[in-house]
Design a protein around this ligand. Structure first.
Ligand code: NAI
Length: 265
């Protein structure tokens, strides 16, 4: 049985993944702002460093896997979403990487979102600021968006950038070359406190209600935790830098012909 670090372990899909991994006999080191082995704020550089140090220490320097599920959604302020959802996720994964490599066959799942591909008009400069690690620039660009929609811009931009970061990193020597598989799960609406907070908001509630989801049943957190458990299992070791949409068909509906696509050489 293995040792896994899970951020966002106190709620929703992180908590559901924790329950599944523990029920299967694994040890979980939870990382969250509250109710976790490692209580730290992934929205700050100090908190991220504390989280990495404490989690690696608790694991004895070797991790069999990690799940990056900590996140905030609209209507939380866009700046905070940018700091936690992109910079917190990337700093955590980069910080845990040596301990993951030490196991020789680790597997990692990052939570993306279908918002990354179904949100129109995301500013390229925001995605670039995220990917280039320019945190204050990203926060400033989010601040220039229409205030009502800044949280959604920050959120979808962060999910697009973190997905791209994972795809870039996954195939490099420090990751695949060291036996670490890195993949992304991209859910649509899943019944968790994050979703419910958005649904209860006067701006985001109606927008979320209007989102077309071909599969009309909204899954619970455990349904997605089963996907994560699968992506952490040995049978998933040929997946590398893959993005798994589990979104009831919204991405297929809105972007049907955009991918897969060929390219010009
Ligand atoms: P949730 O709100 O139930 O759980 C998120 C957890 O992250 C909470 O325990 C929270 O305390 C923690 N967290 C937030 N800010 C933090 C910080 N600064 N430092 C440390 N921990 C922090 O949310 P849910 O829905 O389970 O989300 C999990 C992941 O899935 C997130 O990355 C979210 O963006 C993503 N996602 C969720 C969807 C949904 O419909 N619920 C859809 C697509 C993606």
């Amino acid at each position: 049985m293995g040792i896994y670090a899970i951020s966002g372990s106190a709620s929703g899909m992180g908590a559901a993944t924790r329950s599944r991994l523990e029920a299967a006999g694994n040890r979980v080191i939870g990382i969250d702002r509250r109710d976790a082995e490692v209580c730290a704020d992934l929205g700050t550089a100090e908190g991220r460093a504390e989280a990495v140090d404490a989690a690696v220490d608790a694991a004895g320097g070797v991790l069999d896997g990690a799940v990056s599920a900590a996140g905030l959604g609209p209507p939380t302020a866009g700046a905070l979403i940018a700091r936690v959802n992109y910079f917190g996720s990337v700093a955590l994964l980069e910080g845990l990487r040596p301990a993951l490599a030490a196991s020789g066959a680790a597997q990692v799942v990052q939570f993306g979102s279908n918002s990354s591909t179904i949100t129109p008009n995301l500013p390229d400069e925001l995605v670039a600021a995220y990917l280039e690690g320019r945190e204050e620039d990203a926060v400033a660009i989010v601040g220039e968006a229409d205030p009502a929609f800044a949280p959604a811009v920050a959120y979808a931009g962060a999910k697009l950038a973190v997905t791209r970061w994972c795809r870039r990193a996954a195939v490099t020597e420090p990751w695949v070359g060291e036996g670490v598989r890195l993949n992304v799960i991209a859910p649509g609406p899943v019944d968790t406190p994050l979703l419910r907070q958005g649904q209860a908001d006067e701006v985001y509630g109606p927008l979320m209600e209007a989102l077309p989801v071909p599969v009309t049943e909204t899954p619970d957190a455990d349904a997605l935790a089963q996907w994560v458990e699968f992506l952490l299992s040995p049978v998933a070791r040929f997946a590398c830098g893959s993005v798994f949409y589990v979104d009831g068909g919204t991405d297929a509906l809105i972007r049907s012909d955009d991918w897969p696509r060929s390219f010009i050489v």
